[in-house]
Design a protein. Structure first.
Length: 461
């Protein structure tokens, strides 16, 4: 039998401009990480060789997006770019009303203040840091209703972001639908390792919530990546376009918050989009207090233009296949090296299982924070902690929240790095893993009240 030969694929673009990066010595990195209090958020970017801190706002824009910047209409009110963005969101996502914001958390602030009352419960498919804080500041309590598989880093469930319908129904029966302003759904789930939700599950969630008159608010920050996984994995969707799948996902929800700095390929921007006119009216009123006029909401006209173009590029099949393909390349390489990572490999980054890589550290010795610092020291690769430090403290007891997942995220910016960069990253992680006994734990020496992972400082124990 003749075997079909596998062909390689490559990025659907070529490079037009380059930005030099600095390579440092071990001694320079030792000084830099000490000065940063062992927190990779506090490093200066000039001291970083390959920056995998985040995929947020770090994408390379296309020549079309840069051309779009020149089309910026910087009128205070009624900018042409706002109408282009509004039309794009209506066409590609299907939501009726748009409130632009400077980034995702501003949209989370507005929707939380409008919809959540003191004592409310907000069920969701695992938390995201900023989303949860805004829900809590509005007087609500977030409750995790993701399937159990999502908390198990080695479980290969193809849709680990699915909602456990039993858990959700029990919450509705326990607290009553009047206590649940909305269910918070993320596509894909960042803290679970960039895992997708299936359309089958989302349809079932829609049915259950509709029965009880509960809304669904969609964190659509990485919706195109989720749609790509649906096309690849879910029965009946192989022939559907990513663009159509994205629209179908949105059609099952009542509104969305978006950090446009991820999927939508811009360096800054976000929005709230809703179908309900009353919520829109309130949001449009609030945005003028916190962000700016309702036709720019914290963005320049040129940024709205780049975003409208970025949304269209984000759902192109060749783009999204290459984007996720690069993440899979790094994840598969680390797997071949025997490094424990979250499976299946997610869409926006590879998540290292810090508990397994540094088994000699207890969780209160902050294994993920320690691992991120050790990788930086080895090679100048900057990663992010996603474990006990990110999980913060329980507002009632003041104790650390101890998440099951203690992870380090190697997040891949879109259209920025090459396969050779991925090789360097994998080799560095492998080297740290092989010398894991040399990595010591960390303890807090400074801890801010909110979102402590950004600004905390540490010292080796
Ligand atoms: O960083 P913002 O404010 O534009 O967006 C906040 C935000 C909301 N939802 C999700 C799923 C996110 O991933 C998110 C931001 N994520 C960051 C900054 C990250 O590094 O993953």
């Amino acid at each position: 039998m003749s075997k079909e030969r596998k062909r390689s694929w490559a990025e659907p673009y070529k490079i037009k401009m380059v930005e030099p990066v600095r390579m440092t010595t071990h001694q320079e990195r030792q000084k830099a990480i000490e000065e940063a209090g062992y927190n990779t958020f506090l490093l200066r970017s000039r001291d970083v060789y390959i920056d995998l801190l985040t995929d947020s706002g770090t994408s390379a824009m296309s020549d079309r997006q840069w051309a779009g910047l020149m089309m910026g209409d910087e009128s205070y009110a009624g900018s042409e770019n706002f109408y282009h963005l509004e039309e794009t969101i209506q066409n590609y996502y299907g939501y009726k009303y748009l409130v632009p914001t400077h980034q995702g958390r501003a949209a989370e602030h507005i929707i939380s203040q409008i919809m959540i009352k003191k004592g409310d419960i907000i069920p969701g498919n695992m938390y995201f840091t900023t989303t949860k804080v805004h829900q809590e500041l509005a007087g609500g309590t977030f409750m995790d209703v993701i399937i159990d598989e999502a908390h198990d880093p080695v479980n290969e469930h193809p849709f680990k972001a699915n909602i456990d319908l039993d858990k959700l129904e029990k919450l509705i029966l326990k607290y009553g639908a009047h206590k649940i302003p909305y269910v918070s759904i993320a596509t894909t789930v960042n803290m679970a390792g960039g895992q997708p939700i299936s359309l089958e599950n989302l349809k079932a969630v829609r049915e259950l919530t509709s029965k009880h008159g509960i809304k669904i608010i969609h964190d659509m920050t990485r919706v195109a990546e989720n749609a790509y996984f649906i096309k690849e994995r879910e029965e009946g969707y192989a022939e559907k376009s990513v663009r159509d799948i994205v629209k179908e996902i949105c059609s099952l929800t009542d509104g969305a918050t978006m950090s446009a700095k991820k999927d939508a390929l811009v360096n800054i921007g976000g929005f709230l989009a809703v179908n309900d006119e009353e919520i829109f009216d309130k949001a449009r009123n609030m945005v003028v207090i916190y962000e700016g006029l309702h036709t720019y909401g914290g963005m320049a006209g040129r940024d709205m233009e780049a975003l409208a173009i970025g949304i269209k590029e984000s759902v192109e099949y060749d783009h999204i296949r290459a984007r996720v393909g690069q993440v899979l390349y790094l994840g598969n390489k680390l797997t071949d090296m025997g490094v424990p990572i979250v499976k299946p490999i997610g869409s926006h980054g590879v998540f290292l299982d810090a508990k397994k890589i540094l088994p000699h550290l207890k969780q209160n010795e902050l294994p993920a924070q320690s691992l991120a610092a050790a990788i930086y020291l080895d090679s100048g690769v900057r990663a992010m902690e996603r474990g006990v430090v990110s999980a913060g403290r329980n507002p009632q007891t003041g104790e650390h929240n101890y998440p099951k997942l203690e992870l380090v995220r190697l997040t891949i910016p879109r259209r920025v790095y090459t396969q050779a960069h991925m090789d360097v990253v994998a080799e560095s992680v492998e080297a740290v893993f092989q010398n894991n006994s040399k990595v010591s734990g960390l303890k807090f020496v400074y801890e801010p009240k909110y979102l402590r992972f950004f600004q905390s400082r540490f010292e080796p124990v």
